[in-house]
Design a protein around this ligand. Structure first.
Ligand code: LLP
Length: 415
């Protein structure tokens, strides 16, 4: 059976049997389209890969926190990883209990901690000695015990893989293991704090197993050492990071990924928490846009100017990320060479460099694929562009889960 999501039915590009051009006709473009079936399948594949090993999937909201998708993930049995108090609020409104949330992030403001500590979250993942103290002070002030996890920077040599090297940012995230040991000791002296886990997250869009296995093994070793010193943890938080295939090349399967994690930590017998974002929602979303202008670029290629660009999907401009781009309804014309660009006044606003597509005309619809993660969530109002609409396809029907922003809404906050 075919994986759910985006595929071609005869010539039309569809999302689970709904033609994308029908959605574009109705809602206009740019519009994000998501497949509920793809999200379900991808969530279950990760969850079920654990077999009987105790675990909990905490979906990373930063990848996409559109409320309807967050509710869908809750129905599937997911918990969440929130990276700001805003994401905690979104999770609460989607029906998650505080005990289903871990609060991660390298910088939590005093206001965020003041809100988070009394909630009784599953854990606040602590990134520094100072943060631990601030959490303790708030816990004392509100007469609570705060559940904390310590995020460790394992200093894993990621030279073998440039994506992880850029994702690791060794100076910013977590604390070195020496500091972590000291923090663990200090938590034991502080009755307002309860250490529930240790945490690693070594990067995102990881397509090889080694760094993930290494990070998990690192955490398992530290957990065993802590255990021998009488520190019992509730679980190990192994972060997110499982990559997806943007260009059709090989990536890890959920089973290979989870198998490596479980093998690495099994001897600790501790339950595993993972925080996947991209691997659940990435391939389940596409950004549907229209060609709004065409003009010659050089003697062999043309510019196709789209009504979506870096404001709707920042990844190509920010990381030179590659996304497949396909016509919703290809013309039976000879292929041509295009530079697919957005309308924003920046020369980095290129969504597809050097693409060969059947000859385009103004008004044609294109789908930018694998845009479900870090797409809508990172959209901006630059150039006063309203945030795009979002549509969810579910069981052959579709509905708008977020309508297009209006200029009035955009200005509502201003004098
Ligand atoms: N947990 C923590 C602590 C994280 O920092 C992240 C992502 C995740 C989990 C989820 O990682 P995932 O499973 O999605 O790889 N905007 C970039 C990606 C930034 C990832 C930030 N942290 C992009 O579009 O590629």
């Amino acid at each position: 059976m075919r994986d759910p999501g985006f595929f071609r039915s005869r010539t039309e590009l569809v999302c689970d049997d709904v033609p994308l051009s029908a959605i574009a006709d109705d809602v206009g473009t740019p519009v994000y389209v998501y497949s509920a079936a793809a999200i379900r399948t991808r969530y279950h594949a990760l969850d079920e890969a654990f077999g009987g090993y105790p675990h909990r999937v905490h979906y990373a909201l930063k990848a996409n926190s559109t409320l309807a998708l967050v509710r869908l993930l809750r129905e599937l049995g997911s918990a969440v990883d929130a990276n700001s108090i805003g994401e905690v609020d979104v999770a609460s409104r989607a029906g998650f209990e505080p005990r289903e949330m871990v609060f991660t992030g390298v910088g939590k403001s005093p206001q965020e901690l003041a809100r988070a500590v009394p909630m009784g979250l599953r854990a606040i993942n602590v990134e520094s000695a100072g943060e631990l103290e601030r959490i303790e002070a708030i816990a004392a002030a509100v007469d609570r015990v705060a559940r904390v996890a310590i995020r460790i920077n394992p200093d894993i040599n990621a030279r073998s893989h440039r994506h992880i090297s850029t994702g690791l940012k060794i100076n910013k995230f977590g604390v070195p293991s020496g500091v972590a040991r000291a923090l663990v000791e200090s938590v034991r002296q502080r009755p307002r704090l309860q250490l529930v886990a240790i945490h690693v997250h070594v990067g995102s869009q990881i397509t090889r197993v080694e760094p993930l296995r290494e990070a998990a093994a690192f955490l398992a070793e530290l957990a065993a050492e802590l255990d021998s010193r009488g520190v019992t943890l509730e679980y190990l938080d192994l972060g997110g990071g499982l990559g997806i295939s943007y260009d059709g090349s090989y990536v890890l399967s959920p089973c290979e990924y989870v198998g490596a994690l479980v093998d690495a930590v099994r001897s600790t017998r501790l339950p595993i928490v993972i925080e996947p974002g991209r691997s659940i929602v990435g391939p389940a979303g596409a950004l549907l846009c229209s060609v709004i202008d065409l003009k010659p670029r050089d003697h062999e290629s043309d510019f196709a100017i789209l009504d979506a660009g870096m404001t709707e999907l920042m990844r190509p401009a920010l990381y030179e990320a590659f996304h497949r781009i396909e016509p919703a309804r290809p013309r039976a014309e000879a292929p041509r060479h295009y530079e697919l660009v957005g309308p924003v006044c920046e020369s980095t606003d290129v969504v597809g460099k050097d693409r060969i597509l059947p000859a385009l005309q103004v008004g044609d619809r294109l789908a930018i694929l694998d845009a479900g993660a870090y797409g809508a969530a990172m959209a901006s109002n630059y150039n006063r562009r309203p945030l795009p609409a979002e549509v969810l396809v579910d069981e052959g029907r579709w509905r708008i889960i977020r309508r297009r922003q209006t200029i009035d809404e955009l200005l509502a906050l201003e004098e």
